[in-house]
Design a protein around this ligand. Sequence first.
Ligand code: NAD
Length: 424
Amino acid sequence: MNAPSSRLSGFHKQSVADRVARVAEFSGLDQADRDLLAGSGHLDLELANRLVENVVGTMNIPLGVATNLRIDGRDYLVPMATEESSVIAAVCNAARQCYDNGGFTTSMSGTQMIAQIQLVEVPDPEHARIRILERRDEIRAICDGCDPVLLKLGGGFRDLEVRVIQSRSGPMVITHIVVDTRDAMGANAVNTMAEKLGPSIAEWTGGRTYLRILTNLADRRLARARCEWRTEDIGGAEVRDGMMIAYHFAEADPYRAATHNKGIMNGVSAVVLATGNDSRAVEAGAHAYASRSGRYTSLTRWEVTREGNLAGVLEFPMAVGLVGGATKAHPMAQVALKMLGVKSAEELARIIAAVGLAQNFAALRALATEGAQRGHMALHAQNIAMMAGARGDEIDAVAKRLVALGKVRVDVAETELAALRAGR
Ligand code: NAD
């Protein structure tokens, strides 16, 4: 028999049900698999089909709520969508330990996005750069003309930057348009402007425009959070000093910094996803920002204050919106935003920064004290029990045995499950 072909012509034009039938045939999905695909949960298949291409189902991720968060004097319940155990508990713990000391203070540099226009084949790039800068008023008019809705809401063109960079394809003149996109993440908004502006830049300079797209290094849209944990609230000076040593490791070593920042993004991406925002855009911006000195390092900074408190800050690009993308279209994103009660994209971005800082505190504290695994164990053991085939009440029973044995392993879980089922 011939191997099945992945050339499924007309697949994108088919109904969801017809696509499922073709995928089932290709991959040998049984009726139970097909029933799972058909039950799309809170995201209607027709809506899913409008959000992305070639839809055959939806992927449900647990939605939890982070408690104890006090941010800028207000209490929030923060929705987090994640498949990873311990992430939500970590934020709750970190936030509880600073709640009585006032919680988090946040701010934002603005809601400006940057789009880039790449210009090549210019004989006089330095001259061209100045010629573009001279056209600022025309550029403003072209950009603002693209989006009257944004303009009416107080957004629009804000600034112009032009650089000459050297590349293996020769010199390039890179124009940045800086646009306030208000409550939109703004990718489509600024991309439209950059595309509209492209031909004019080519005409003014005699060069050729190539790429016209936003940068995810949104460094005109920095969210900031800071917080002080009192030493007595976090377990004493030894814990605090251990956390400082753990932080210095991340600051000094990119191998450690990658995992340190991943921990921050555990919380950040969960809120970004829950609110229907673009988690890849935020991840890209965060990691690019962490490398801005030329060496990848920690996104957070930690210090010990004169009073002996542990003080943390987080500052990084946070391009999230309340309109655009899936934020308005996805029904659960709307519920998540309602749960938060945020009034602006800026407020959402600031909350996300506080969650990122809380997450980092929790990870540093766990690593500097009992290690990452102990806190993880209870939920991790449940995952392992499920991997071994445990269902319903068996999951808890097997997980408890694994923790008691100190051996959270699939092979042990299989043995324990077999023993449980045999009534031993
Ligand atoms: P969008 O174009 O759907 O919505 C933005 C528009 O909504 C604005 O241009 C404005 O006209 C209007 N608007 C209405 N009320 C507004 C308000 N209160 N504030 C601001 N604008 C308001 O979406 P977008 O935010 O421009 O783009 C976001 C989407 O782009 C996301 O889905 C993202 O995944 C996607 N995207 C991302 C990248 C990237 O990150 N590299 C690239 C392309 C697309």
